[in-house]
Design a protein around this ligand. Structure first.
Ligand code: ME8
Length: 509
């Protein structure tokens, strides 16, 4: 049995177009998926859209269309964007699919049979945009404590889930699994929330109808979060494909933004515990992007469109920027100046320049061919020793979503290599020391190869282009553990090394 890895993104609401926040989570998941594939894992990467709920119903009503038609149009916007951004997802869930409704109703019914669901009445403050109830204590002067918009007072007959019953089991689980929620600051948030005691949760609505009907009582639709969370099981073949479930469940990582932590780290494990389904291994909650220092919002008109940025600056440049700029897990601020700065500095000056001068020198001094290196001389040992260490550092960081540090290690390698070129001066060796020249060119080439491989999850297209130019005949995405991932690479059998056009043109301000 091979190694399996299952990663998910949230399923996004279809009442609005995707912005950089959505792109951020999805690209992050894609980076992890690609990294794991290079590590030899079979990866299941799930994303999708959340189509039900009051918010979708309201938006559709405003446009005088059926919510399903709204969803049909919007889903295309998401899938087009994922294609443009090179997202390598293997599954996609729409919550209006029959296979999903079946899972939601089945789950509801089973929990009900267990005695964990009962009918009652609910009255509280409700935030429609967040699809969440808030208590008297939580509301802030009639406004939502999460998004700051006006709350409505709602009273309805509702089915409750006995979440209170799971306070103790969940606390114990959290204590025994300190890495269930990452980063640690988010774990602490969840822990103290649960410690405060869980209240039973309203999991049905009667005030609107756009949702999955409660089995046996279609006056109620199932709460959109109960519905949405179950996509993680639908997507992996629950009730449908036992082999897929056996291979990939429990999920390795639910990747989310910090805004929806409670749903994933409190509600979701409680639902699963109720039915005796194994809990996911990890919930990783990343930080929040603002734009030019402000919260993104339609009313401010500062919502950043990912497709617009990617067309203006390049898909890989955009992907890279998001993770080089801000430590994954912390909040970040987007600005055009910042992306231009990263492209011109890291990509054009440092990495792009390294690749192009390496390739050019191999062409010019060695006819595009490499030979196996001779014994170490000059600064070789320093270069190799440091590179091996940095590659290990990169691996350690990638395992725990330390994308920022992983990229910092990669760029340390890039700058080591740029220094190596200056110190070893191949143009001098070309005149009087061919043997040493071959070793230096090999080391340089090998360093470029390694940096390219490390950057591949972040910049899949550009790195593939470099891979070809440096003479490796197979696509970089299929780089195998044994051959391309080792530190030493047998240079025999390479195709000739070719010049490449500038990879990351400088952007003039
Ligand atoms: O919450 N910065 O969907 P959603 C960073 N349907 N990430 C951001 C962001 C920002 N400014 N804005 C959004 C929902 N995100 C539910 C999820 S899952 C079972 C159901 C990202 O369309 C981030 O991942 O509001 C956040 O968690 C998600 O988009 C919310 O997307």
């Amino acid at each position: 049995m091979g190694k399996h890895y299952y990663i998910t993104t949230p399923i996004y609401y279809i009442n609005d177009v995707p912005h950089i926040g959505h792109a951020y989570t999805t690209i992050a998941a894609d980076i992890m998926a690609r990294y794991k594939r290079l590590q030899g894992y079979e990866v299941f990467f799930l994303t999708g859209v959340d189509e039900h709920g009051q918010k979708a119903e309201k938006t559709a009503a405003e446009r005088q269309i059926h919510p399903k038609d709204l969803a049909d149009t919007m889903v295309q916007t998401f899938t087009d964007l994922w294609q443009m951004l090179n997202i390598s997802n293997t599954g996609f869930v729409r919550t209006t699919e029959e296979r999903h409704k079946r899972v939601v109703q089945y789950f509801f019914q089973k929990i009900q049979e267990k005695g964990d669901i009962y009918l009652g009445e609910y009255e509280d403050w409700y935030c429609v945009p967040c699809e969440s109830y808030f208590t008297e204590l939580q509301q802030q002067e009639g406004k939502c404590p999460d998004c700051g918009r006006l709350l409505e007072r709602l009273k309805e007959e509702t089915y409750f889930f006995r979440m209170s019953k799971y306070t103790e089991p969940l606390l114990r689980y959290l204590e025994e699994h300190k890495d269930f929620v990452l980063p640690e600051v988010r774990y602490n948030e969840v822990y103290s929330f649960v410690k405060g005691g869980l209240r039973d949760l309203s999991i049905s609505r009667t005030s609107f109808s756009w949702g999955v009907p409660v089995p046996g009582n279609p006056r109620h639709v199932i709460y959109v979060w109960f519905d949405a969370l179950l996509n993680y099981l639908t997507g992996i073949g629950y009730l449908e494909n036992d082999q897929l479930m056996a291979d990939f469940w429990p999920c390795d990582t639910h990747l989310i933004g910090k805004d929806i932590l409670r749903f994933h780290a409190v509600y979701w494990p409680s639902f699963l515990m109720s039915l005796g389904v194994e809990l996911p291994k990890r919930v990783f909650a990343h930080g929040w992007w603002t734009v030019d220092g402000q919260k993104m919002s339609k009313s401010l008109g500062n919502v950043v469109s990912p497709s617009e940025i990617a067309s203006a600056y390049g898909v890989d440049q955009f992907r890279f920027f998001l993770f080089r700029e801000v430590p994954f897990g912390l909040d970040g601020d987007f600005s055009r100046e910042a992306i231009v700065h990263r492209i011109n500095g890291d990509l054009a000056n440092d990495f792009g320049n390294l690749v192009s001068r390496s390739v050019t020198m191999i062409k010019k001094f060695s006819n595009g061919m490499l030979e196996q290196p001779g014994g170490p001389g000059g600064t070789d040992e320093h270069l190799i020793g440091r590179t091996v260490g940095l590659v290990a550092e990169y691996g350690k960081e990638m395992e725990s979503f330390g994308f920022h540090k992983a990229l910092a290690s990669t760029f340390d390698i890039v700058s080591l290599l740029n220094k190596y070129v200056d110190t070893e001066a191949p143009w001098k060796l070309a005149k009087d020391n061919r043997a040493r020249l071959q070793t230096v060119l090999y080391n340089l080439w090998n360093g470029v190869r390694i940096a390219t491989l490390l950057l591949h999850p972040f910049m899949p297209q550009k790195t593939d282009q470099i891979w070809k130019a440096i003479g490796i005949g197979t696509p970089i995405g299929t780089a195998s553990q044994d051959r391309e991932r080792g530190f030493y690479y047998d240079a025999q059998g390479l195709s000739s090394i070719e010049n490449i056009p500038p990879l990351f043109p400088r952007i003039e301000k």
